[in-house]
Design a protein around this ligand. Structure first.
Ligand SMILES: *Cc1c(COP(=O)(O)O)cnc(C)c1O
Length: 407
């Protein structure tokens, strides 16, 4: 295991790695896992990766688990990066358009990535009861991984969360409480009760490991876009011993709620650079939110580093209904450092995009994932994407969980 310590993302305070922790003991901000990347790079090589399992646990050198019998897994991650050529034909410029299809994860969303890491680590630390506030998909994933780990799961969700998310939690043995409020209200209840109840709080970015699971999307992009150096024949066995040139897309469009995936990928790029996989060039990171819950877009436009709570937040894209994110500064820092931006689209625009993406690609996208398409169009109209660029849209979940919003 290459973990050296945990580090506060804001004040930099060092924390012990082999202890169960939530937030920075000084400033209450998220803790990030730090690794000995020189050691990791010794064995995490293009050549070794060729023979590894088709799950995110292929990146074991940069994941936090110590004893591998603690890994709680359904085989998550290593999702396909699909071309969207037909969808690209309808755009005003010619680009290489790809969709990272996260709907193919266990429990049908990329929340599985975060939960496999968080629940594995909870198991490693001997946790028996876990609790989470969720806008929907995090709950379904948490319930599934907790059941698999033999842990008691306590889930708090807004009463108007998609029914599929409520039912899947109940059917996988979780204790579900529906709250008349938003995810932030659910979070307050978990925070108030966890000490007395003996729950470990797995709210995103309030524990250090969900972001580690989600960062693997960054590693996967590099591997899936890699070109074998000196290739041309397309003969993989002939290239086996040759160096691989990892590349990243020019633009990543990401539907942002808590921002865990965006923050995670940004961290992964930094790690990959330190391990010599890539140079300092980064994709432009684009946050997409619904115009009726757009705290990050508003803070970006106002030049702020921290985002105020978005009042009266509402959107059919339940995963984006996060009025206040604890990792706001990490999202905004990454967007700005990458030369990216933050864009709001309306619920009408993102719902129309579900059918459009579906018809052109066969992917039944979650409303959150579909939001990437109108955002892409706005970027192109504003001249912020050039022809020939490679653009990755993140379809973060499956539309199948959202039956109500298609009625
Ligand atoms: C949770 C969720 C999001 C937002 O993800 P973050 O990484 O927390 O910003 C987007 N789409 C879907 C389908 C989700 O479940």
């Amino acid at each position: 295991m290459n973990v050296t310590h945990l580090e506060c993302a804001l004040c930099g305070l060092r924390h012990e790695a082999r202890v169960l922790q939530n937030l920075c003991i000084e400033c209450g901000k998220p803790l990030l896992v730090r690794y000995d990347l020189e050691a990791a790079a010794q064995t995490l090589t293009a050549d070794s990766l060729k023979d590894r399992e088709a799950s995110l646990w292929r990146y074991r050198e940069v994941l936090p688990v110590d004893d591998w019998t603690n890994v709680v897994s359904f085989g998550e991650g290593w999702t396909p990066l699909l071309n969207a050529n037909k969808l690209a034909e309808d755009l005003d410029i010619s680009i290489n358009l790809l969709i990272k299809d996260e709907s193919q994860n266990p429990t049908q969303s990329f929340k599985a990535r975060g939960m496999t890491a968080a629940i594995s680590m909870a198991k490693e630390f001997g946790v028996q009861k876990v609790a989470v506030p969720s806008a929907g998909n995090a709950a379904g994933a948490m319930a599934a991984y907790a059941a698999r780990a033999g842990m008691e799961a306590h889930i708090f969700m807004p009463a108007d969360t998609p029914k599929a998310n409520v039912v899947e939690c109940q059917q996988t043995g979780a204790n579900v409480t529906l709250i008349d409020g938003l995810i932030t209200d659910c979070g307050k209840i978990v925070a108030e009760r966890k000490k007395d109840e003996g729950w470990f709080d797995v709210s995103t970015l309030k524990e250090p490991y969900r972001v580690e699971g989600k960062k693997t999307m960054g590693y996967e992009l590099a591997e899936q876009l890699a070109v074998p150096v000196g290739s041309g024949s397309g003969n993989h066995s002939a290239n086996r011993q040759q160096p691989t040139a990892y590349t990243l897309p020019d633009v990543i469009i990401y539907p942002t709620g808590g921002g865990t995936g965006l923050i995670g990928m940004w961290k992964a790029f930094d790690e990959m650079q330190q391990m010599g996989w890539i140079d300092s060039k980064r994709p432009r990171m684009i946050t997409v939110q619904s115009s009726t819950c757009a705290p990050i877009v508003r803070a970006f436009e106002n030049g702020e580093r921290f985002a105020d709570e978005f009042e009266n937040a509402s959107t059919v894209a339940s995963g984006l209904r996060v009025p206040k994110a604890i990792g706001d500064f990490l999202i905004l820092d990454a967007i700005r450092a990458s030369g990216g931006t933050a864009i709001a689209v309306t619920d009408e625009e993102l719902m129309a995009a579900v059918a459009e993406i579906g018809a052109a690609t066969g992917i039944f996208a979650a409303p959150e994932g579909a939001a990437c398409l109108p955002a892409l169009r706005k970027l192109i109209a504003a001249g912020q994407i050039s022809s020939g660029e490679t653009v990755v849209l993140f379809n973060t979940g499956s539309g199948i969980k959202y039956m109500e919003v298609f009625e």
